[in-house]
Design a binder for this molecule. Structure first.
Ligand SMILES: [Zn+2]
Length: 154
């Protein structure tokens, strides 16, 4: 049976890991051009905004630079969803300063990306990934991975 692919949070990103056009989605205020992620749909949170703007959905930069990173060596407490009987797989958490917006977005590293692969200031890209799977649903999310410069090997 084909399982549903469902974003773990609705409206925060678009695309899939397969289509190569995965983007985080924020909103931009038409009055002051402030960009929000997570998306702000109710009102502009910029205290210097002249007001009266509309918040429109906008795709965020597909790339950014590592601002900070760490790894999660321990199982987070509820409501994090994990199987208590499965061995805990350490994951890498990366804070990325997006190229155009300059805002810092948190996300997990793509599978196989460890802290040993990362450095502050390194260029990374956002891709689609899977957070969790159950019998009927594949819960999708975003991940970051280093951008390999063409022709350069590590
Ligand atoms: Zn505004």
């Amino acid at each position: 049976m084909e399982r549903n692919r469902t974003p773990v949070v609705s409206g925060w990103f678009t695309g899939t890991e397969e289509d190569g056009d995965f983007r985080l989605l924020g909103t931009r205020c038409s009055a002051c051009a402030a960009v929000f992620f997570p998306r702000e749909d109710a009102y502009c949170r910029n205290p210097h905004c002249p007001g009266g703007g509309e918040l429109a959905q906008t795709p965020l930069s597909p790339r950014g630079r590592v601002w900070s990173y760490t790894d999660g060596r321990y199982r987070p407490p509820a409501p994090y969803v994990s199987d208590p009987d499965a061995p805990w797989e350490p994951y890498t958490l990366i804070a990325v300063e997006l190229e155009a917006e300059g805002m810092v977005v948190l996300g997990q590293g793509a599978p196989g990306v460890t802290v040993a692969d990362l450095a502050v200031g390194m260029e990374v890209e956002v891709i689609g990934g899977v957070l969790n799977e159950d019998a009927g649903t594949v819960w999708t999310t975003w991940r970051f991975r280093p951008v390999e410069p063409a022709g350069v090997t590590a």
